[in-house]
Each structure stands twice: as structure tokens, then as C-alpha cells.
Design a protein. Structure first.
Length: 462
């Protein structure tokens, strides 16, 4: 067995997507299509990967960085022409090259490995991965001869009525003997319906020159769906979503209603965590064991430790430590770190704040750009006034402080350890440790005034 290489074709514009975003950068379950492909190739043990870029090359290079090598296809003259652009990097190599389209992100590492295995075991010059679709519309068809051997691939647009009835399709994934592929590629022309240099013609050329060409048919047609437009994108998303959900369930996560639960590729969840309906877990989120997530939790790029409840709440780019309870209806924004056994309740917004162990903000509060110590109690309606119209300022609330209801803490301000703030205060000066800060107008009661008012009203003419 020689070396293994992979070429991923991603230079086409993907006009059928009708999008400003490059086709292969559209996310499927949160991860760009082409990133799925690179991750799957690497998981299959292939490290030497060439990506052919052209249209929107920068955006792809920006995504994949230096994890792969690039070849440039200045003009998109077809899939065969795209492979030709890797010539200087590949043509002298011995071994097997896998070529695949950048728009088939669901193919698993197992299938890629199996394709290599079959191709190498059979000592074929070319092996095409095929599958059968009930509706093969748009795909290249596999034409076999009377013996059942692969003869050629005919594109949908070039196919005869009879050929269009063939259900076995080209998935756009192939293994080739590298040297033989280069030989055949040099003979591909663009004499077809689209005036393009088709990679698919390599199969017919190899066959005609007496080389061994075979098909490896995979039974799981879901894996090989190619994404050309947004209808296929949604189909792929659904397939991958179910795969991800099943994997979590098999690993010990309860998902009460898989139909209304959305989990991105790469999210980690610990055992015995229960996900309730309507929840969306996105990006680089990691959730521990024994958590209760949802209903309707939207969590993005966040690290959630064990035994945490998050109910009807939105969290992004934050960290939550063990035993904390969030929601219902809380919003935890980027840069926040909530301590152990904390409580963030109804209609509380927290932004860029460290919130200490055992601290509570149970109702209707805004805590932004703050450092809150341990066992602090923040009353209903309290807010940090962190923005003066041009700059953000910090509020420090030290451990064991008690912030009365409807307090305004005008930052920058420091509330000392164990201090009390009287309800309704507007605090703009530091409060020392253990002091009571009170800043509100004193109440006056006007005796019998209410009765006077009532009388006034009843005599007031209409
Ligand atoms: C291709 C196959 C078809 C197969 C289908 C599977 C050819 C001629 N046809 O058709 O047999 O059933 O995939 O999904 O190969 N690309 C370039 N440069 C180009 C043209 C395309 O890099 O000049 C890239 C595209 O970015 C894309 C991939 O090649 O990632 C496939 O191109 P696409 O236009 O989607 O081919 P299909 O029509 O789907
Ligand atoms: Ca395609």
C-alpha cells in the first residue's frame, strides 16, 4: 500500500445556493461543509489534503488555515479541470488519491476508509463511490455493461432518457491510482452539454484503455447527499442532526423530543443530562453530567459544569460552574462566569461579569461589567449603571453584600464586603465594608392629606 492523498474540490461558485457566502462554507449543524470534509478525512487517517480553491478562495483559506495545502483554479472549467490544478503538487506521487467534491459533508470516515480498502484490495485504477437514490435527479449516473461492470459516468444533463432511469449515482467521491489518474486526465475534453472538463470522464477513459474500474456501492444514501441548493442543505442538516442526536442518546443523554432539539456538531454533553424540547446547543458548547437543559434553552459556545439547570434561557460565550440554577427567562451574555451554586432567576441579564459562588439575583436585574463576590444577594430590580453614553465602567460588589431592591449602582463603584444597600438607593460613591449605603429621598407623610384629595375630587365640577 502506497501513500494516501486527498483532493477536495471547492473552487466552484455554487450559484444554485444564491448566496453571498461560498457554498462550501455554509454550515451544516453549525460547522462549515468543507470543515466537515477535512475533519472526516483526517479522522480516516488522511493527512495530505489538497483543496482546490478559486471563487472565494480567501474565505476558504481563512476557514481551513494551514491544516491543508491549496491549489488555485483561476477559471472554473469543470471538476476535471479543478483536479488538474493540483498537477505540480501531485503528479509524481506514488499511491492512491481520493478525490471528492466539497459539497458532500456527510460522508463518514468509515465510508472513506472502506473506499480506500476496496480500491486498494482490488488493485483498481479507479473506484467510484456510488449509491442508489429514489430520485437521482441532477446526479451523474453509473452506466454498467452487460456483465455489470462500470463502463462510464454520464452527467444528468448529458444522459439519454434511458440513462436517466438509472438509479445508481455518482457520489462525487473516487479513489484513483495517482499516476493512472494523471494519464487519463490529460485526455479529458470539454465536449459535453456544459462545455466543462468533467472529472467523471476519467472513469470511461481508464476503462477504455483496459484499466480496472470498479464501483463501491454504499447502502447509506443519506451520507452521500450533495448540497447544491438550500433545499439540499436543509435535507443534509436534518440527516446530520439526527445522527448527532442519536450519538448523544447512545452516550447516555436523555433527549425528550429529538424533533425539537438542535445540537451542533462538536457539542459535548455528559451522562444523565436531560435536554427538554425546544433547546438549541451551538458552537463549542460543553455540558456536564446531570444537568437539566430547557425547555427552550439556547446555549452557544459555553461551558456548563455538572448539575446545572438552565430553563427558558439564552447563554452565549460564558462559563457556569457546578450546581447553579438559571432561569426561567435569563440572558447570560459573553464574558460571564457564574460561580458554584449560584442563582440567576427570572428576567435577569448578566453581561461580562464574574458572579461568585452562592450569589443570587433572583428577579429582574441587570448586572453588566461587574465583579460580584460570593454569597451576594442582589434584589429585584437592581441594576448596574455601567454605561455613561460613551464608556463602560465596572461595578465591584464584594462578598456577603446585600443589594436592596431597585438599587442603581452607578459605575465605577465599589460596594464593600458585607455592606448593605437600602432598597431604592442610587449609589454613586463607594460603600465601605459592613456599612449601610442609603441614597434616596426621605419619606414624608402628610397626615389626612388623602382625605383632602378625595374631597377635592368629589367637588371638582365636571
Ligand atoms: C458532480 C458530478 C456528478 C455527481 C455529483 C455528486 C461532475 C462533472 N459531476 O456534479 O457526477 O453525481 O457531483 O454530488 O463531476 N468545482 C470546482 N471547479 C469547477 C467545478 C466544480 O472546484 O470548475 C467543485 C465545486 O466547488 C463543488 C464540486 O466541484 O464542490 C462539484 O461541483 P458541482 O458543480 O456541485 O457538481 P455537480 O453538478 O453536483
Ligand atoms: Ca454538487
Amino acid at each position: 500500500m502506497g501513500d494516501q492523498y486527498a483532493v477536495v474540490l471547492a473552487a466552484g461558485q455554487g450559484t444554485r445556493m444564491k448566496s453571498k457566502t461560498h457554498k462550501v462554507l455554509h454550515p451544516v449543524c453549525g460547522k462549515p461543509m468543507v470543515q466537515h470534509i477535512i475533519d472526516n478525512l483526517k479522522a480516516a487517517g488522511i493527512d495530505q489534503i489538497l483543496v482546490v480553491v478559486g471563487y472565494g478562495a480567501d474565505s476558504i483559506q481563512n476557514q481551513l488555515k494551514d491544516t491543508v495545502q491549496y491549489a488555485m483554479q483561476e477559471e472554473q472549467l469543470g471538476t476535471g479541470h479543478a483536479v488538474m490544478q493540483t498537477r505540480s503538487l501531485l503528479k509524481d506521487k506514488e499511491g492512491t488519491v481520493l478525490v471528492m467534491n466539497g459539497d458532500t459533508p456527510l460522508v463518514t470516515p468509515q465510508t472513506i476508509e472502506a473506499l480506500f480498502r476496496v480500491h486498494e484490495a482490488q488493485k483498481a485504477a479507479g473506484t467510484v463511490l456510488t449509491t442508489e437514490f429514489g430520485d437521482p435527479q441532477g446526479y451523474g449516473r453509473i452506466v454498467r455493461n452487460a456483465n455489470g461492470d462500470v463502463e462510464k459516468i454520464v452527467e444528468h444533463k448529458d444522459a439519454t432518457e434511458e440513462e436517466r432511469n438509472i438509479r445508481e449515482i455518482n457520489t462525487g467521491i473516487y479513489c484513483f491510482d495517482n499516476r493512472k489518474m494523471w494519464d487519463a486526465l490529460s485526455r479529458v475534453n470539454n465536449d459535453n452539454a456544459q462545455g466543462e472538463y468533467y472529472l467523471t470522464d476519467v472513469i470511461e477513459i481508464l476503462k477504455a484503455s483496459g484499466e480496472k474500474v470498479i464501483a463501491h456501492k454504499t447502502p447509506d444514501c443519506d451520507e452521500t447527499v450533495g448540497i447544491n441548493d438550500r433545499v439540499q442543505l436543509a435535507r443534509a442538516e436534518k440527516i446530520l442532526r439526527n445522527r448527532i442526536l442519536e450519538e448523544h442518546m447512545r452516550n447516555g443523554v436523555t433527549i425528550v423530543d429529538p424533533d425539537t432539539t438542535f445540537i451542533d456538531a462538536g457539542v459535548e454533553i455528559g451522562r444523565d443530562t436531560v435536554i427538554y424540547p425546544g433547546s438549541i446547543l451551538r458552537g463549542k458548547t460543553v455540558i456536564g453530567e446531570d444537568c437539566r437543559i430547557g425547555p427552550h434553552a439556547d446555549i452557544q459556545n459555553s461551558r456548563i459544569e455538572n448539575n446545572i439547570a438552565i430553563i427558558h434561557s439564552t447563554l452565549s460565550d460564558c462559563m457556569v460552574k457546578e450546581g447553579t440554577h438559571i432561569g426561567p427567562y435569563a440572558h447570560i451574555r459573553p464574558g460571564s462566569e457564574l460561580g458554584r451554586g449560584a442563582r440567576i432567576g427570572n428576567f435577569v441579564e448578566v453581561k461580562n461579569t464574574t458572579f461568585g459562588d452562592g450569589s443570587k439575583a433572583s428577579h429582574l436585574a441587570y448586572i453588566g461589567d461587574a465583579e460580584v463576590g460570593d454569597n451576594v444577594n442582589i434584589g429585584c430590580g437592581a441594576i448596574t449603571v455601567n454605561y455613561d453614553g460613551s464608556n463602560k465602567h465596572k461595578t465591584v460588589i464584594q462578598s456577603d453584600a446585600f443589594i436592596g431592591c431597585n438599587t442603581n449602582l452607578i459605575a465605577p463603584v465599589n460596594v464593600g464586603r458585607g455592606a448593605y444597600i437600602a432598597a431604592g438607593s442610587t449609589i454613586n460613591k463607594d460603600v465601605p465594608d459592613d456599612a449601610l449605603g442609603i441614597a434616596r429621598v426621605r419619606q414624608t407623610n402628610k397626615e389626612n392629606y388623602a382625605e383632602k384629595l378625595r374631597n377635592k375630587k368629589s367637588f371638582g365640577g365636571k
